[in-house]
Design a protein around this ligand. Structure first.
Ligand code: ADP
Ligand code: TZD
Ligand code: MG
Length: 576
């Protein structure tokens, strides 16, 4: 047999992984090269996969997670062994926490050496370390099992509650060869990877009965509802039922934020007053005060409110995790809402007008107050005057993706900038994690081709700032707005000893804009709303990688933004 014929008749681990991904409609991978995956990435690119190469694995991983949330297909991240794997692990754990489907695929060192701890290059028992941080973890040792490994990883990532999956591919696997035809046959195209899960009819009846008896019903839409891509069903249920709704941060835009049933501008009123609350793909975690305490109209912080809850969730064990759920609806959001739509098709009456009227009254008052604050133009730009510009920009560009992280930069943006389209807001999620910014921005731009606006606290930006090179290298339509207040929360802290900077302070008036210029992108300093507006308009018209260094009043923020109260208070005050 000549080498030529051999080539045609055999395949290897490299190509089987590529073929298995392509067979399952994966078209993009986020990665950082090195032993043993450098050649893999070259071959993947040569075979038509889009390979986005990053400067740090955490951001490649975050990009995969965001791609998973946006598309509903698992986002794929490739890293090298030990340190590369560990760098990717934060993103994997964050994806799992947020229920975003992603697969972290890491090359690993020689099994025999790793298992005997004999000191291999980048030695680490990666599988064991990944396991507690993801939904499932698999290792493939033989080329003929690659098809099964990829198939299991895909199913685990997107079926049921989505999340992160780890796939361990030892270096030796890539080089293993096998008969080409046998290899082809070993691959699996996953059929129906995220099967519908229909709610039981009696559970639907229980939920509808509860809703029908409600005097002050409320719907809370979470990022699970956004992820489910059941936008039309959800809109029709909300509108047909007439029930006021609150979107959680990443569910903003599922219905446009200016919808007349949105109760966002009366949030504290509706949470404390509602009698029946329907959670749709939203957990009663810290972001909803665990369903307890003052937020929910109860007295003590550990006391549950008087509300009765309906909870739609694909995870059967989510109900009762914080307070009693009177009517759990286990199933996918699309199937549950469509069953509810059928159930209220006849014999439904809208919520009492004294409830909707009281909400409307509070909303009007708060929106008027907000408008007054936004239209002020203080001599030094602050969060409000800057975000008023971004609010108008997003209104004019509703399809743009808004990435958002920081403390004040996060909280003010979430409450000021309205969203109009589903899944357009990508942020710090369940953990309130810093560092998702540039990874999420790259993913949104690369996967959708739409304009991305990333509103970043100056601290938040620092966690992934080096990826502006990635943005420039792939010439992505990303406009980063750094809300530069010279520090974490504020730039005004002082070190009482006076011998060094305070821990929350940064170099004053830092030129983040020059970071973008360093790689050929556009960098602009904006000292007032007019300059910010002009720079944003130019960035969007040109689609050029842009960083706007928005100089914000360094005294404008508050400690930890909206969650100041989570800071532990010292029992003993230190005396000088
Ligand atoms: P938020 O932070 O917006 O409140 P969470 O992340 O706390 O949202 O909650 C999302 C919930 O959505 C999770 O409990 C998850 O199991 C659920 N979920 C995710 N996808 C679906 C789906 N397709 N159908 C039903 N529930 C889903
Ligand atoms: N590290 C990680 C990974 N996540 C975190 N959430 C934090 C640290 C703590 N942290 C916050 O919760 S917000 C924040 C940090 C460091 C930065 C706030 O500063 P900023 O935003 O400049 O990004 P503002 O606008 O100045 O408040
Ligand atoms: Mg800051």
């Amino acid at each position: 047999m000549t080498t030529d014929t051999q080539d045609r008749e055999t395949t290897d681990g490299f190509h089987l992984v590529i073929d298995a991904l392509k067979l399952n409609d994966i078209d993009t991978i986020f990665a950082l090269p090195g032993i043993p995956i450098t050649d893999f990435l070259r071959m993947a690119q040569a075979d038509g996969l889009k390979v986005i190469s990053f400067r740090h694995e955490q951001h490649a991983g975050n990009a995969a997670a965001a791609a998973g949330f946006i598309t509903g297909k698992p986002g794929i991240c490739f890293t090298v062994s030990a340190p590369g794997f560990l760098n990717g692990l934060t993103a994997l754990a964050n994806a799992t926490t947020n229920c975003f489907p992603m697969i972290l695929i890491s090359g690993s060192s020689e099994r025999e050496v790793v298992d005997l701890q004999q000191g291999d290059y980048e030695e680490m028992d990666q599988l064991a370390i990944a396991k507690p941080l993801c939904k499932a973890a698999f290792r493939v040792l033989h080329a003929e099992d690659i098809g099964v490994g990829i198939a299991r990883a895909i199913r685990a990532a997107v079926s049921g509650r989505p999340g992160g999956v780890y796939l361990d591919l030892p270096a030796k696997l890539f080089a293993q060869s096998m008969d080409k035809e046998a290899g082809r046959k070993s691959l699996i195209k996953v059929v129906d990877p995220a099967p519908k899960q229909l709610p039981a009819p009696d559970a639907i009846k229980r939920a509808v009965d509860l809703l029908k008896g409600a005097k002050k019903p409320l719907i809370i839409l979470g990022k699970g509802a956004a992820y489910a891509q059941a936008d039309a069903e959800i809109k029709s249920f909300v509108e047909k039922s007439g029930i006021p709704y609150l979107p959680m941060s990443m569910a903003k835009g599922l219905l446009p934020d200016n919808h007349n049933q949105s109760a966002s501008a009366a949030r504290s009123y509706v949470l404390a007053e509602a009698d029946v609350v329907m959670l749709v793909g939203a957990r009663l975690n810290w972001l909803l005060s665990h369903g307890k305490g003052k937020t929910w109209g109860a007295g003590a912080s550990k006391e549950a409110g008087k509300q009765q809850f309906i909870q739609i969730d694909i995870s059967p064990t989510e109900a009762d995790s914080n307070v009693a759920i009177a009517a759990p609806l286990v199933g996918d959001v699309g199937s549950c809402i469509s069953a509810l739509n059928q159930a209220i098709a006849s014999g439904w009456s809208k919520p009492p007008s004294d409830w909707t009227g009281a909400i409307a009254e509070r909303k009007d008052k708060n929106l008027t107050k907000m408008q007054e604050t936004l239209s002020k133009n203080p001599p030094v730009m602050n969060f409000h005057s800057a975000l008023n510009v971004i609010r108008n920009t997003v209104k004019d560009n509703p399809k743009a993706y808004l990435v958002n992280e920081g403390a004040n930069a996060l909280d003010f943006t979430r409450s000021i900038v309205d969203m109009y389209e589903p899944r357009r807001r990508l942020d710090v999620g369940t953990w309130g994690i810093m560092g998702i910014g540039m990874g999420f921005a790259v993913a949104a731009a690369a996967v959708t081709g739409e304009q991305v606006i990333a509103v970043e606290g100056d601290s938040a930006f620092g966690f992934s700032g080096m990826e502006v090179e990635t943005i420039c290298r792939y010439n992505l339509p990303v406009c980063v707005v750094v809300m530069n207040n010279n520090g974490i929360y504020k730039g005004t802290d002082v070190n009482p000893r006076g011998d060094a900077m305070a821990p929350t302070q940064f170099v004053k008036n830092a030129r983040y804009d020059m970071m973008m210029q360093a790689f050929g992108g556009v960098g602009v300093v904006a000292k007032n709303p007019e300059e910010l507006d002009r720079a944003l308009k130019e960035a969007i018209a040109s689609r050029k990688p842009t960083l706007i260094n928005a100089m914000i009043d360094e005294s404008a923020g508050t400690e930890s933004g909206r969650i100041t109260s989570l800071n532990p208070a010292a029992a003993k005050k230190k005396t000088a």
